[in-house]
Design a protein around this ligand. Structure first.
Ligand code: KIV
Ligand code: ZN
Length: 519
Protein backbone atom coordinates (compact mmCIF):
# COMPACT_ATOMS: atom_id res chain seq x y z
CA UNK A 1 0.00 0.00 0.00
CA UNK A 2 1.35 3.43 -0.87
CA UNK A 3 1.80 6.01 1.90
CA UNK A 4 -1.05 8.11 0.53
CA UNK A 5 -3.56 5.26 0.34
CA UNK A 6 -6.02 5.26 3.27
CA UNK A 7 -5.73 2.48 5.86
CA UNK A 8 -8.51 -0.12 5.75
CA UNK A 9 -10.19 -0.51 9.12
CA UNK A 10 -11.86 -3.85 9.79
CA UNK A 11 -15.43 -3.50 11.05
CA UNK A 12 -16.28 -6.21 13.57
CA UNK A 13 -19.97 -6.15 14.42
CA UNK A 14 -21.10 -7.57 17.76
CA UNK A 15 -24.82 -6.67 17.54
CA UNK A 16 -25.69 -10.37 17.74
CA UNK A 17 -23.48 -11.01 20.77
CA UNK A 18 -22.74 -8.00 23.01
CA UNK A 19 -25.80 -6.20 21.61
CA UNK A 20 -28.18 -9.10 21.86
CA UNK A 21 -27.28 -9.87 25.47
CA UNK A 22 -28.51 -6.48 26.68
CA UNK A 23 -32.02 -6.17 28.16
CA UNK A 24 -34.76 -5.67 25.58
CA UNK A 25 -32.60 -6.74 22.63
CA UNK A 26 -32.96 -10.51 22.62
CA UNK A 27 -33.72 -12.08 19.25
CA UNK A 28 -34.92 -15.48 18.13
CA UNK A 29 -33.13 -17.60 15.53
CA UNK A 30 -35.02 -16.23 12.49
CA UNK A 31 -34.45 -12.68 13.64
CA UNK A 32 -30.73 -13.30 14.14
CA UNK A 33 -30.46 -14.78 10.66
CA UNK A 34 -32.20 -11.74 9.23
CA UNK A 35 -29.84 -9.37 11.05
CA UNK A 36 -26.78 -11.43 10.02
CA UNK A 37 -27.82 -11.20 6.36
CA UNK A 38 -28.37 -7.45 6.71
CA UNK A 39 -24.87 -7.12 8.20
CA UNK A 40 -23.42 -8.92 5.17
CA UNK A 41 -25.34 -6.54 2.88
CA UNK A 42 -23.97 -3.64 4.92
CA UNK A 43 -20.43 -4.81 4.25
CA UNK A 44 -19.42 -5.77 7.79
CA UNK A 45 -16.11 -7.71 7.77
CA UNK A 46 -16.66 -9.86 10.87
CA UNK A 47 -19.98 -10.84 12.45
CA UNK A 48 -19.77 -11.94 16.06
CA UNK A 49 -22.78 -14.25 15.93
CA UNK A 50 -22.99 -15.18 19.62
CA UNK A 51 -21.52 -16.94 22.63
CA UNK A 52 -22.10 -20.63 21.85
CA UNK A 53 -21.62 -22.01 25.39
CA UNK A 54 -24.03 -19.46 26.90
CA UNK A 55 -27.19 -21.42 26.06
CA UNK A 56 -28.51 -24.00 23.57
CA UNK A 57 -30.25 -21.10 21.77
CA UNK A 58 -26.98 -19.19 21.41
CA UNK A 59 -25.24 -22.31 20.13
CA UNK A 60 -27.97 -23.01 17.61
CA UNK A 61 -27.96 -19.48 16.23
CA UNK A 62 -24.17 -19.33 15.83
CA UNK A 63 -24.30 -22.71 14.07
CA UNK A 64 -27.10 -21.66 11.71
CA UNK A 65 -25.39 -18.38 10.86
CA UNK A 66 -22.11 -20.26 10.26
CA UNK A 67 -23.91 -22.73 8.01
CA UNK A 68 -25.96 -20.32 5.95
CA UNK A 69 -24.61 -16.77 5.96
CA UNK A 70 -21.92 -16.02 3.37
CA UNK A 71 -19.87 -12.90 2.72
CA UNK A 72 -18.45 -12.06 6.17
CA UNK A 73 -16.21 -13.85 8.66
CA UNK A 74 -18.36 -15.53 11.33
CA UNK A 75 -17.05 -15.32 14.88
CA UNK A 76 -18.05 -17.01 18.13
CA UNK A 77 -17.07 -16.00 21.67
CA UNK A 78 -15.48 -18.29 24.26
CA UNK A 79 -14.01 -17.88 27.73
CA UNK A 80 -10.50 -19.19 28.29
CA UNK A 81 -11.36 -22.80 29.07
CA UNK A 82 -11.44 -25.98 27.00
CA UNK A 83 -15.21 -26.50 27.07
CA UNK A 84 -15.94 -22.98 25.82
CA UNK A 85 -13.39 -23.16 23.02
CA UNK A 86 -14.55 -26.61 21.89
CA UNK A 87 -18.19 -25.53 21.93
CA UNK A 88 -17.39 -22.38 19.97
CA UNK A 89 -15.70 -24.43 17.27
CA UNK A 90 -18.52 -26.96 17.20
CA UNK A 91 -20.87 -24.08 16.35
CA UNK A 92 -18.53 -22.40 13.87
CA UNK A 93 -17.04 -25.31 11.97
CA UNK A 94 -19.31 -25.04 8.91
CA UNK A 95 -18.43 -21.42 8.21
CA UNK A 96 -16.03 -21.10 5.27
CA UNK A 97 -14.39 -18.20 7.10
CA UNK A 98 -14.54 -18.60 10.89
CA UNK A 99 -12.94 -16.84 13.83
CA UNK A 100 -12.79 -17.96 17.47
CA UNK A 101 -12.72 -15.09 19.96
CA UNK A 102 -11.35 -15.99 23.40
CA UNK A 103 -11.36 -13.60 26.32
CA UNK A 104 -10.04 -13.43 29.85
CA UNK A 105 -10.04 -10.50 32.28
CA UNK A 106 -6.65 -8.98 33.08
CA UNK A 107 -7.24 -5.94 35.34
CA UNK A 108 -6.23 -6.12 39.03
CA UNK A 109 -9.87 -5.75 40.15
CA UNK A 110 -11.01 -8.67 38.00
CA UNK A 111 -7.96 -10.82 38.84
CA UNK A 112 -8.39 -10.36 42.55
CA UNK A 113 -12.15 -10.35 43.07
CA UNK A 114 -13.63 -12.24 40.13
CA UNK A 115 -11.05 -14.72 38.93
CA UNK A 116 -8.82 -15.07 42.01
CA UNK A 117 -5.85 -15.68 39.73
CA UNK A 118 -2.40 -14.14 39.71
CA UNK A 119 -0.74 -12.65 36.65
CA UNK A 120 1.16 -15.81 35.68
CA UNK A 121 -2.00 -17.91 35.87
CA UNK A 122 -3.82 -15.42 33.62
CA UNK A 123 -1.05 -15.61 31.02
CA UNK A 124 -0.95 -19.41 31.22
CA UNK A 125 -4.74 -19.67 30.69
CA UNK A 126 -4.73 -17.16 27.85
CA UNK A 127 -1.90 -18.93 26.04
CA UNK A 128 -3.43 -22.39 26.51
CA UNK A 129 -6.80 -21.22 25.17
CA UNK A 130 -5.39 -19.38 22.18
CA UNK A 131 -3.38 -22.52 21.32
CA UNK A 132 -6.40 -24.76 21.71
CA UNK A 133 -8.46 -22.47 19.45
CA UNK A 134 -5.57 -22.32 16.98
CA UNK A 135 -5.81 -26.10 16.72
CA UNK A 136 -9.25 -25.58 15.17
CA UNK A 137 -8.77 -22.53 12.95
CA UNK A 138 -6.19 -19.94 11.99
CA UNK A 139 -8.22 -16.84 12.67
CA UNK A 140 -8.04 -16.25 16.44
CA UNK A 141 -8.92 -13.16 18.42
CA UNK A 142 -7.86 -12.68 22.02
CA UNK A 143 -9.36 -10.07 24.36
CA UNK A 144 -7.88 -9.11 27.73
CA UNK A 145 -11.19 -8.09 29.30
CA UNK A 146 -11.10 -4.76 31.17
CA UNK A 147 -7.86 -3.92 29.34
CA UNK A 148 -8.42 -0.17 29.78
CA UNK A 149 -8.01 -0.63 33.56
CA UNK A 150 -5.16 -3.16 33.32
CA UNK A 151 -1.63 -2.18 34.40
CA UNK A 152 0.19 -1.15 31.17
CA UNK A 153 3.18 -3.47 31.77
CA UNK A 154 0.99 -6.48 32.39
CA UNK A 155 -1.20 -5.68 29.40
CA UNK A 156 1.93 -5.68 27.19
CA UNK A 157 2.96 -9.08 28.62
CA UNK A 158 -0.47 -10.66 28.01
CA UNK A 159 -0.79 -9.26 24.50
CA UNK A 160 2.71 -10.42 23.55
CA UNK A 161 2.03 -13.91 24.92
CA UNK A 162 -1.33 -14.18 23.12
CA UNK A 163 0.23 -13.19 19.80
CA UNK A 164 3.11 -15.62 20.32
CA UNK A 165 0.51 -18.36 20.98
CA UNK A 166 -1.21 -17.64 17.66
CA UNK A 167 -3.69 -14.77 18.11
CA UNK A 168 -4.12 -12.93 14.82
CA UNK A 169 -6.20 -10.12 16.36
CA UNK A 170 -5.69 -8.68 19.83
CA UNK A 171 -8.75 -6.83 20.98
CA UNK A 172 -8.42 -4.16 23.67
CA UNK A 173 -11.74 -3.77 25.48
CA UNK A 174 -12.81 -0.85 27.59
CA UNK A 175 -15.25 -3.21 29.25
CA UNK A 176 -16.75 -0.74 31.72
CA UNK A 177 -16.60 2.39 29.56
CA UNK A 178 -14.04 4.00 31.88
CA UNK A 179 -11.55 5.30 29.33
CA UNK A 180 -11.35 8.79 27.87
CA UNK A 181 -10.04 9.49 24.36
CA UNK A 182 -6.48 10.62 25.15
CA UNK A 183 -6.08 7.94 27.81
CA UNK A 184 -7.36 5.17 25.52
CA UNK A 185 -5.24 6.34 22.58
CA UNK A 186 -2.29 6.11 25.00
CA UNK A 187 -3.16 2.49 25.84
CA UNK A 188 -2.95 1.60 22.14
CA UNK A 189 0.20 3.66 21.59
CA UNK A 190 1.88 1.86 24.49
CA UNK A 191 1.12 -1.53 22.90
CA UNK A 192 2.35 -0.38 19.48
CA UNK A 193 5.61 0.88 20.98
CA UNK A 194 6.33 -1.83 23.52
CA UNK A 195 4.99 -5.20 22.34
CA UNK A 196 7.77 -6.67 20.19
CA UNK A 197 5.53 -8.92 18.05
CA UNK A 198 2.62 -6.46 17.71
CA UNK A 199 3.09 -6.30 13.93
CA UNK A 200 2.00 -9.95 13.72
CA UNK A 201 -1.58 -9.14 14.79
CA UNK A 202 -4.30 -6.61 14.11
CA UNK A 203 -5.02 -4.36 17.08
CA UNK A 204 -8.74 -4.14 17.71
CA UNK A 205 -10.75 -1.98 20.12
CA UNK A 206 -14.03 -2.69 21.89
CA UNK A 207 -15.38 0.36 23.70
CA UNK A 208 -18.42 0.58 25.94
CA UNK A 209 -20.37 3.79 26.18
CA UNK A 210 -20.88 4.35 29.91
CA UNK A 211 -19.48 7.88 29.68
CA UNK A 212 -20.80 8.45 26.16
CA UNK A 213 -17.24 8.18 24.80
CA UNK A 214 -17.22 4.84 22.97
CA UNK A 215 -17.01 6.35 19.48
CA UNK A 216 -14.46 9.00 20.51
CA UNK A 217 -12.30 6.38 22.24
CA UNK A 218 -12.43 4.08 19.20
CA UNK A 219 -11.41 6.91 16.89
CA UNK A 220 -8.56 7.86 19.19
CA UNK A 221 -7.37 4.24 19.04
CA UNK A 222 -7.49 4.32 15.22
CA UNK A 223 -5.21 7.36 15.29
CA UNK A 224 -2.71 5.34 17.32
CA UNK A 225 -2.76 2.32 14.99
CA UNK A 226 -5.82 0.21 15.80
CA UNK A 227 -6.92 -1.66 12.66
CA UNK A 228 -10.24 -3.12 13.82
CA UNK A 229 -13.23 -1.53 15.57
CA UNK A 230 -15.81 -3.59 17.42
CA UNK A 231 -19.22 -1.95 17.31
CA UNK A 232 -22.95 -2.55 17.10
CA UNK A 233 -25.88 -1.27 15.06
CA UNK A 234 -27.56 1.62 16.91
CA UNK A 235 -24.86 1.23 19.57
CA UNK A 236 -26.85 -1.44 21.44
CA UNK A 237 -25.00 -3.50 24.05
CA UNK A 238 -24.34 -4.03 27.73
CA UNK A 239 -25.53 -1.14 29.94
CA UNK A 240 -25.10 2.10 27.94
CA UNK A 241 -24.11 0.05 24.91
CA UNK A 242 -21.15 -0.30 22.58
CA UNK A 243 -19.50 1.94 20.03
CA UNK A 244 -22.17 2.73 17.44
CA UNK A 245 -21.25 1.32 14.02
CA UNK A 246 -23.01 4.02 12.03
CA UNK A 247 -21.35 6.84 13.98
CA UNK A 248 -17.81 5.52 13.92
CA UNK A 249 -17.99 4.59 10.23
CA UNK A 250 -19.42 7.96 9.19
CA UNK A 251 -16.88 9.81 11.34
CA UNK A 252 -14.02 8.10 9.46
CA UNK A 253 -15.71 8.64 6.12
CA UNK A 254 -16.67 12.27 6.67
CA UNK A 255 -13.28 13.10 8.20
CA UNK A 256 -11.22 11.01 5.84
CA UNK A 257 -9.03 14.10 5.47
CA UNK A 258 -8.02 13.58 9.10
CA UNK A 259 -8.13 9.82 9.70
CA UNK A 260 -7.01 8.59 6.25
CA UNK A 261 -8.99 5.46 6.97
CA UNK A 262 -11.69 3.62 5.03
CA UNK A 263 -14.04 0.73 5.69
CA UNK A 264 -15.89 -1.71 3.48
CA UNK A 265 -19.25 -0.43 4.78
CA UNK A 266 -21.87 0.31 2.14
CA UNK A 267 -23.05 3.47 3.93
CA UNK A 268 -26.47 3.83 2.19
CA UNK A 269 -27.38 0.59 4.00
CA UNK A 270 -26.89 2.24 7.42
CA UNK A 271 -30.42 3.60 7.88
CA UNK A 272 -32.21 0.48 6.55
CA UNK A 273 -30.06 -1.74 8.81
CA UNK A 274 -30.69 0.49 11.81
CA UNK A 275 -34.46 0.37 11.13
CA UNK A 276 -34.39 -3.36 10.64
CA UNK A 277 -32.84 -3.83 14.06
CA UNK A 278 -35.31 -1.40 15.64
CA UNK A 279 -38.21 -3.24 14.08
CA UNK A 280 -36.93 -6.59 15.24
CA UNK A 281 -36.04 -5.66 18.81
CA UNK A 282 -38.57 -2.89 19.40
CA UNK A 283 -35.66 -0.85 20.81
CA UNK A 284 -36.16 2.64 19.34
CA UNK A 285 -33.28 5.02 18.68
CA UNK A 286 -33.69 8.55 19.99
CA UNK A 287 -34.84 11.10 17.40
CA UNK A 288 -31.64 13.11 17.64
CA UNK A 289 -29.33 10.07 17.40
CA UNK A 290 -26.42 10.93 15.11
CA UNK A 291 -26.61 9.47 11.57
CA UNK A 292 -29.77 7.35 11.88
CA UNK A 293 -32.13 9.33 14.17
CA UNK A 294 -35.24 10.86 12.58
CA UNK A 295 -33.93 14.38 13.23
CA UNK A 296 -30.34 13.71 12.16
CA UNK A 297 -30.82 15.66 8.92
CA UNK A 298 -33.81 17.86 9.87
CA UNK A 299 -32.97 21.55 9.76
CA UNK A 300 -35.58 23.49 11.72
CA UNK A 301 -33.95 26.82 12.52
CA UNK A 302 -34.81 29.48 9.92
CA UNK A 303 -31.21 30.59 9.57
CA UNK A 304 -30.13 26.99 8.89
CA UNK A 305 -32.92 26.45 6.35
CA UNK A 306 -31.93 29.64 4.56
CA UNK A 307 -28.30 28.54 4.38
CA UNK A 308 -29.29 25.04 3.25
CA UNK A 309 -31.37 26.41 0.39
CA UNK A 310 -28.48 28.60 -0.77
CA UNK A 311 -25.84 25.89 -0.44
CA UNK A 312 -26.40 22.53 1.41
CA UNK A 313 -22.81 22.30 2.63
CA UNK A 314 -23.31 25.41 4.79
CA UNK A 315 -24.96 23.27 7.45
CA UNK A 316 -24.70 19.69 6.19
CA UNK A 317 -21.49 17.70 6.58
CA UNK A 318 -23.00 14.50 5.14
CA UNK A 319 -25.74 13.98 2.58
CA UNK A 320 -28.82 12.12 3.87
CA UNK A 321 -28.67 9.76 0.88
CA UNK A 322 -25.10 8.76 1.84
CA UNK A 323 -26.45 7.07 4.97
CA UNK A 324 -29.60 5.73 3.35
CA UNK A 325 -32.30 8.32 4.01
CA UNK A 326 -34.56 8.54 0.99
CA UNK A 327 -35.94 11.93 -0.07
CA UNK A 328 -39.47 10.81 0.65
CA UNK A 329 -40.50 7.55 2.17
CA UNK A 330 -44.05 7.64 0.86
CA UNK A 331 -43.76 4.71 -1.45
CA UNK A 332 -46.81 2.66 -2.12
CA UNK A 333 -50.56 3.01 -2.43
CA UNK A 334 -53.58 0.88 -3.11
CA UNK A 335 -52.71 0.38 -6.79
CA UNK A 336 -49.11 -0.69 -6.23
CA UNK A 337 -48.28 -4.21 -7.32
CA UNK A 338 -46.34 -7.12 -5.83
CA UNK A 339 -43.14 -6.21 -7.68
CA UNK A 340 -43.13 -2.72 -6.17
CA UNK A 341 -43.64 -4.20 -2.70
CA UNK A 342 -40.84 -6.75 -3.27
CA UNK A 343 -38.58 -3.92 -4.34
CA UNK A 344 -39.28 -1.83 -1.21
CA UNK A 345 -38.89 -4.87 1.06
CA UNK A 346 -35.47 -5.52 -0.45
CA UNK A 347 -34.44 -1.89 -0.10
CA UNK A 348 -35.48 -2.05 3.56
CA UNK A 349 -33.13 -4.98 4.09
CA UNK A 350 -35.59 -7.90 4.11
CA UNK A 351 -35.07 -11.15 2.24
CA UNK A 352 -38.55 -12.59 1.74
CA UNK A 353 -39.46 -15.99 0.33
CA UNK A 354 -42.17 -16.03 -2.37
CA UNK A 355 -44.64 -17.28 0.21
CA UNK A 356 -43.76 -14.55 2.75
CA UNK A 357 -44.00 -11.92 -0.01
CA UNK A 358 -47.50 -13.10 -0.93
CA UNK A 359 -48.63 -12.96 2.72
CA UNK A 360 -47.19 -9.49 3.19
CA UNK A 361 -48.75 -8.38 -0.10
CA UNK A 362 -52.21 -9.55 1.05
CA UNK A 363 -51.80 -7.60 4.31
CA UNK A 364 -50.48 -4.60 2.41
CA UNK A 365 -53.61 -4.54 0.23
CA UNK A 366 -55.81 -4.65 3.34
CA UNK A 367 -53.81 -1.82 4.90
CA UNK A 368 -53.87 0.27 1.72
CA UNK A 369 -57.67 0.06 1.81
CA UNK A 370 -57.69 1.58 5.29
CA UNK A 371 -54.81 3.98 4.83
CA UNK A 372 -54.23 6.16 1.76
CA UNK A 373 -50.49 6.49 2.10
CA UNK A 374 -48.29 3.53 2.90
CA UNK A 375 -44.81 4.44 4.15
CA UNK A 376 -41.61 2.41 4.43
CA UNK A 377 -42.17 2.07 8.17
CA UNK A 378 -45.64 0.60 7.51
CA UNK A 379 -44.13 -1.97 5.18
CA UNK A 380 -41.42 -2.88 7.68
CA UNK A 381 -44.08 -3.29 10.37
CA UNK A 382 -46.16 -5.61 8.13
CA UNK A 383 -43.10 -7.71 7.30
CA UNK A 384 -42.04 -8.05 10.93
CA UNK A 385 -45.58 -9.08 11.82
CA UNK A 386 -45.44 -11.93 9.28
CA UNK A 387 -41.94 -13.09 10.18
CA UNK A 388 -42.94 -14.74 13.46
CA UNK A 389 -46.28 -16.30 12.63
CA UNK A 390 -44.85 -19.81 12.58
CA UNK A 391 -44.57 -19.62 16.38
CA UNK A 392 -48.21 -18.73 16.94
CA UNK A 393 -50.22 -21.32 18.84
CA UNK A 394 -52.96 -18.78 19.58
CA UNK A 395 -54.51 -16.29 17.19
CA UNK A 396 -56.91 -13.49 17.97
CA UNK A 397 -60.36 -14.18 16.49
CA UNK A 398 -62.06 -11.18 18.03
CA UNK A 399 -62.48 -8.94 21.04
CA UNK A 400 -64.98 -6.52 22.44
CA UNK A 401 -64.38 -3.74 24.96
CA UNK A 402 -66.88 -1.71 26.99
CA UNK A 403 -65.22 0.98 29.04
CA UNK A 404 -66.12 4.40 30.38
CA UNK A 405 -63.79 6.95 31.93
CA UNK A 406 -63.14 5.80 35.50
CA UNK A 407 -65.65 2.90 35.22
CA UNK A 408 -64.95 -0.84 35.40
CA UNK A 409 -64.33 -2.28 31.95
CA UNK A 410 -66.00 -5.36 30.53
CA UNK A 411 -64.12 -7.24 27.82
CA UNK A 412 -64.72 -10.35 25.74
CA UNK A 413 -61.92 -12.15 23.94
CA UNK A 414 -62.05 -15.04 21.48
CA UNK A 415 -58.86 -16.90 20.69
CA UNK A 416 -58.29 -19.66 18.17
CA UNK A 417 -56.05 -22.61 18.89
CA UNK A 418 -55.73 -25.05 15.99
CA UNK A 419 -59.26 -24.30 14.76
CA UNK A 420 -60.87 -24.45 18.21
CA UNK A 421 -62.42 -21.16 19.37
CA UNK A 422 -62.26 -20.29 23.07
CA UNK A 423 -64.07 -17.24 24.46
CA UNK A 424 -64.18 -15.52 27.86
CA UNK A 425 -65.91 -12.40 29.15
CA UNK A 426 -64.56 -10.58 32.21
CA UNK A 427 -65.49 -7.48 34.15
CA UNK A 428 -62.71 -5.83 36.15
CA UNK A 429 -59.11 -4.82 35.75
CA UNK A 430 -57.34 -1.52 35.79
CA UNK A 431 -58.57 -0.18 32.45
CA UNK A 432 -59.45 -1.95 29.20
CA UNK A 433 -55.92 -3.14 28.31
CA UNK A 434 -55.37 -4.67 31.73
CA UNK A 435 -58.73 -6.42 31.35
CA UNK A 436 -57.82 -7.70 27.86
CA UNK A 437 -54.41 -8.95 29.02
CA UNK A 438 -55.92 -10.74 32.04
CA UNK A 439 -58.53 -12.41 29.86
CA UNK A 440 -55.84 -13.67 27.48
CA UNK A 441 -53.87 -14.98 30.47
CA UNK A 442 -56.96 -16.85 31.60
CA UNK A 443 -57.77 -18.41 28.22
CA UNK A 444 -54.19 -19.45 27.55
CA UNK A 445 -53.58 -20.46 31.18
CA UNK A 446 -50.39 -18.39 31.17
CA UNK A 447 -49.68 -16.16 34.12
CA UNK A 448 -47.24 -13.35 33.36
CA UNK A 449 -45.82 -10.08 34.72
CA UNK A 450 -45.62 -7.17 32.27
CA UNK A 451 -42.12 -5.63 32.49
CA UNK A 452 -42.37 -3.08 29.72
CA UNK A 453 -45.17 -1.90 27.48
CA UNK A 454 -45.16 0.77 24.76
CA UNK A 455 -47.38 2.03 22.00
CA UNK A 456 -46.18 4.43 19.35
CA UNK A 457 -47.24 5.44 15.88
CA UNK A 458 -45.28 3.84 13.04
CA UNK A 459 -45.69 6.84 10.76
CA UNK A 460 -47.27 10.27 10.90
CA UNK A 461 -50.95 11.13 10.36
CA UNK A 462 -54.19 10.33 12.16
CA UNK A 463 -54.61 7.11 10.22
CA UNK A 464 -51.10 5.94 11.17
CA UNK A 465 -50.60 2.36 12.27
CA UNK A 466 -49.97 1.96 15.98
CA UNK A 467 -47.17 -0.35 16.98
CA UNK A 468 -47.11 -1.88 20.41
CA UNK A 469 -44.14 -3.66 21.97
CA UNK A 470 -44.31 -5.55 25.21
CA UNK A 471 -41.96 -7.49 27.43
CA UNK A 472 -43.40 -10.07 29.82
CA UNK A 473 -41.88 -12.34 32.42
CA UNK A 474 -43.00 -15.92 32.90
CA UNK A 475 -41.31 -18.48 35.15
CA UNK A 476 -37.92 -16.77 35.18
CA UNK A 477 -37.78 -16.01 31.47
CA UNK A 478 -38.44 -12.87 29.48
CA UNK A 479 -40.52 -12.82 26.28
CA UNK A 480 -41.03 -9.99 23.82
CA UNK A 481 -44.08 -9.37 21.70
CA UNK A 482 -45.18 -6.84 19.14
CA UNK A 483 -48.40 -6.00 17.40
CA UNK A 484 -49.34 -3.57 14.69
CA UNK A 485 -52.76 -2.23 13.75
CA UNK A 486 -54.45 1.00 12.81
CA UNK A 487 -56.35 0.47 16.10
CA UNK A 488 -53.99 0.90 19.07
CA UNK A 489 -56.07 -1.30 21.41
CA UNK A 490 -55.82 -4.10 18.86
CA UNK A 491 -52.07 -3.46 18.45
CA UNK A 492 -51.57 -3.81 22.21
CA UNK A 493 -53.72 -6.96 22.37
CA UNK A 494 -51.78 -8.50 19.47
CA UNK A 495 -48.46 -7.61 21.13
CA UNK A 496 -49.52 -9.29 24.36
CA UNK A 497 -50.75 -12.37 22.50
CA UNK A 498 -47.52 -12.48 20.47
CA UNK A 499 -45.51 -12.58 23.70
CA UNK A 500 -47.81 -15.29 25.11
CA UNK A 501 -47.27 -17.28 21.89
CA UNK A 502 -43.54 -17.04 22.50
CA UNK A 503 -44.12 -18.45 25.98
CA UNK A 504 -45.95 -21.36 24.35
CA UNK A 505 -43.05 -21.80 21.90
CA UNK A 506 -40.43 -21.57 24.70
CA UNK A 507 -38.79 -18.69 22.85
CA UNK A 508 -37.70 -16.55 25.80
CA UNK A 509 -34.47 -15.41 27.36
CA UNK A 510 -33.43 -16.36 30.89
CA UNK A 511 -33.71 -13.54 33.41
CA UNK A 512 -30.31 -14.21 34.92
CA UNK A 513 -27.15 -12.87 33.28
CA UNK A 514 -25.23 -14.99 30.81
CA UNK A 515 -21.91 -16.56 31.82
CA UNK A 516 -19.93 -13.49 30.84
CA UNK A 517 -17.75 -13.49 33.89
CA UNK A 518 -16.28 -16.58 35.47
CA UNK A 519 -13.76 -18.71 33.60
O1 KIV B 1 -16.73 -5.72 26.99
C1 KIV B 1 -15.97 -6.70 26.91
O2 KIV B 1 -14.91 -6.76 27.52
C2 KIV B 1 -16.41 -7.81 26.07
C3 KIV B 1 -15.39 -8.85 25.78
C4 KIV B 1 -15.98 -10.21 25.75
C5 KIV B 1 -14.66 -8.51 24.52
O3 KIV B 1 -17.50 -7.81 25.57
ZN1 ZN C 1 -18.38 -5.76 25.57
Amino acid sequence: MSATEPRRIVIFDTTLRDGEQSPGCSMNLDEKLEVAQALVDLGVDVIEAGFPIASPGDFESVREIARTVRGSTICGLARCNEKDVDRAWEALQDAPDARIHVFLATSAIHREFKLRMDMDEIIRRAVESVKRAKGYCDNIEFSPEDAARTEPDFLCRVVEAAIAAGATTVNIPDTVGYATPTHFGGVIKNLVNRVPNIDQAVISVHCHNDLGLAVANSLSAVEQGAGQIECTINGIGERAGNCSLEEVVMAMRTRNDYYHATTRINTPRLVPTSRLLTNITGMQVQRNKAIVGRNAFAHEAGIHQDGMLKEPTTYEIMRPEDVGFTKTDLVLGKHSGRAALADRAKALGYHLTAEQLQEVFDEFKRLADKKKEVYDADIAALIEKRMNVAEDVWTLSGYDVHATGGGTPTVSVTLDRGGEKISRTNTGGDGPLDALFRTIEEITDTSVVVRDFRVHSVTRGKDAQGESTIEIEHQGRVYRGRGVSTDTVEAATLAFLNAVNRVAAGAGQPLEARPHDAV
